[in-house]
Write a protein that binds this ligand. Structure first.
Ligand code: M6R
Length: 610
């Protein structure tokens, strides 16, 4: 979604700001803009479309300023056009604001400001905030006070940066429900909504808390709450390096991230698996271990791909630990007054740790007294900080909008949690050891899946004309059917649906004819034979069958048009291997159809609005 970067220091700001925006392009956006101070005046350049366009628009050679703010916008209020692009200014043009999030009471504020004689030229809630700050400035003649007073009256979420010609050597940033990070360099400061825009300059950062603001000058910075109480913040280190957010020779981030999975899965269990004891050590959960031991029920909240990981986790935990698990869309959970209480343990799964619905669901669960744990990739993110305890995924930065390596890391961490919970209850050491050993072999087995590239590309060539795809699986593979379909539709724009294979005959079977490719995840488990019967049902109606099957499965060849083989593992771990060909199929399909793989239309990497 939207991205913010601001700079104050000794370097020329315009290049630095535009390059910062480029680092955040992966988040998804539709316009970009920059505001800088030169000769005591605020200048703004902004444009619909890519940062590249903005880069061409900015006369870098003519700009000598060392202070500015910049933004990439993902439209919420008003069309994605030049006028609605950020930065926005107050009515005098002396205060410019960039903003992520949504000001929910902007209509009421705008009406009041209009009555007071202020004018509006855009459809955005951000312009309302800028004019609001300007109105307060007229009264108090102090930028920090004006920002504070405006923020005290807005409802909703914001990450903002403010630049003003009234106080030219200052940037003010603040956050409420939308991340904001201060990077601390040598006599320079970079503020950004994403550490990716900072890492090229420094790895020393302060993550602002909700309701906190930072006032940055050339001499230093102070942090305080919007209520004007000074805060003491610890400087932290960004956990990744610049290489991890570069393509490193791959054509796309998505492909790079698919190929990173042997390593990222290893990172998810590294130092956590106790193979000999058939157990797991998850330091981040130590403080809640008794809660977990006695939990009567686990509720998992998540969105999108993370929700699919939660569905697999449900099967894993129920099978190994016999604890009832319920999986909920965070967006539904947050508004339906869920029946939960102090005996419940809630897991929040999220790659970004910033998904607005998941964050709100976490707060709702906490409000009701549940123990809420976070399983998050981005270190220091809002969900990581809002939850009582948790476990990081350690997948490294995921840049491709389509989630790939985060998913397999989520599954790996969930397998560890299920094993740990199982060992606390009925699972024997021997069974635990067998599972731990299988987990430890996953990286090598994922590497073997890459040997199937030729077959995957052949399938893509044959079905690139298809308008629809069906993905079917049962048991652990049912959530995988959903994930395979989501991957295909989000990056290739081909309509795809995932179903539990047996549900097909209750409706979707009507769609099947010789033009319908049907992907079956048909790995070896107790219901393999039932899946074969479902395949026969599709075959009888001339559907084209693409099967993901385990090595050595000869029966599948007799019924499927195409088979992609993956190594054998335990049924509960099959999704970690079987998703890889589904990711690759979606990737090569999108490539063949000329789609923008890393930044698919309309999508944002982290969905920080409702
Ligand atoms: O950052 P999160 O894991 O909370 O994000 C959840 C979804 O927005 C995300 O998984 C989305 O569905 C991806 N585009 C899937 O590829």
């Amino acid at each position: 979604m939207c991205g913010i970067v601001g700079y104050i220091g000794h370097q020329k700001a315009s290049h630095l700001l535009v390059n910062g925006l480029k680092r955040m392009e992966y988040r998804g956006y539709d316009s970009a803009g920059i505001s800088f101070l030169e000769n005591g005046k605020i200048n703004i350049l902004k444009q619909k479309g890519k940062v590249e366009n903005l880069d061409r628009l900015v006369p870098h050679d003519l700009i000598n300023t060392t202070i500015g703010i910049a933004h990439t916008r993902w439209a919420t209020h008003g069309f994605p056009n030049d006028v609605n692009a950020h930065p926005h200014t107050d009515n005098t043009g002396n205060i410019s604001v960039v903003h992520n999030g949504i000001i929910e009471n902007y209509t009421a504020i705008r009406t009041k400001l209009k009555q007071d004689g202020y004018s509006f030229f855009t459809d955005t809630d951000t312009e309302v905030l800028a004019v609001f700050i300007g109105a307060f400035y007229e009264k108090v003649n102090n930028l920090e006070e004006a920002v504070r007073m405006a923020l005290s009256e807005v409802d909703g979420t914001y990450g903002i940066a403010v630049l003003s010609s009234y106080e030219p050597d200052k940037i003010i940033a603040a956050r409420m429900g939308s991340p904001m990070v201060l990077g601390i360099g040598e006599n320079e400061y970079i503020i950004a909504s994403d550490a990716a825009a900072i890492i090229a300059h420094t790895n020393k950062v302060i993550y602002l808390d909700d309701g906190e603001m930072v006032i940055v000058t050339r001499e230093g910075f102070i942090t305080k709450t919007v209520l004007n109480e000074e805060t003491k913040r610890q400087i932290e280190a960004i956990e990744f390096d610049i290489q991890q957010i570069e393509k490193s020779g791959f054509d796309h981030f998505m492909l790079k991230e698919i190929y990173e999975q042997p390593e990222t899965v290893k990172n998810a269990f590294r130092g956590r698996l106790l193979i000999e004891k058939g157990n797991v050590k998850l330091g981040g959960l130590n403080s809640v271990i008794e809660k977990l031991r006695t939990a009567k029920r686990i509720i998992i909240i998540a969105c999108g791909t993370s929700w699919h990981a939660a569905l697999v986790a449900e099967y894993m935990i129920e099978q190994l630990a016999h604890i009832p698990v319920e999986v909920e869309y965070a967006s539904e959970f947050r508004y339906r007054n869920p029946v939960i209480g102090p005996e419940d343990v809630v897991f929040a799964i999220s790659q970004s740790g910033e998904t607005a619905d998941t964050l709100a669901a976490v707060k709702e669960a906490k409000q009701k007294g549940a123990t809420v744990l976070g399983f998050v990739n981005v270190v220091g993110s809002s969900i990581a900080r809002e939850t009582e305890a948790g476990t990081y995924l350690h997948a490294g930065p995921e840049i491709g909008v389509a989630s790939t390596k985060a998913f397999t890391s989520q599954l790996t961490v969930m397998a560890l949690v299920a094993l740990m919970l199982g060992r606390m209850r009925t699972l024997s050491q021997l069974d635990g050891k067998r599972i731990a050993l299988e987990i430890s072999e996953l990286p090598e087995k994922i590497t073997k899946v890459f040997d199937q590239l030729k077959q995957i590309k052949e399938i893509v060539d044959e079905y690139a004309h298809a308008k629809n795809f069906l993905y079917l699986g049962r048991g652990f593979n049912f959530p995988l059917a959903l994930e395979g379909a989501l991957k295909l539709k989000e990056i290739s724009y081909i309509h795809a649906e995932g179903y539990p294979a047996a549900e097909m005959k209750h409706g979707p079977i009507a769609l099947i004819d010789e033009n319908m490719p049907v992907v079956f995840i048909a790995t070896q488990d107790e219901i393999y034979d039932k899946v074969l019967s479902n395949i026969e049902e599709v075959k009888a109606r001339k559907g084209k069958i693409i099967a993901i099957a385990n090595e050595g499965d000869e029966r599948i060849k007799l019924v499927a048009n195409h088979v992609i083989y993956i190594p054998n593992t335990l049924p509960m771990l099959n999704p970690i291997l079987a998703v890889v060909p589904l990711q690759l199929m979606a990737y090569f399909m999108a490539l063949k159809l000329g789609c923008n793989v890393d930044q698919p239309r309309n999508l944002a990497k982290s969905v920080t609005v409702e």
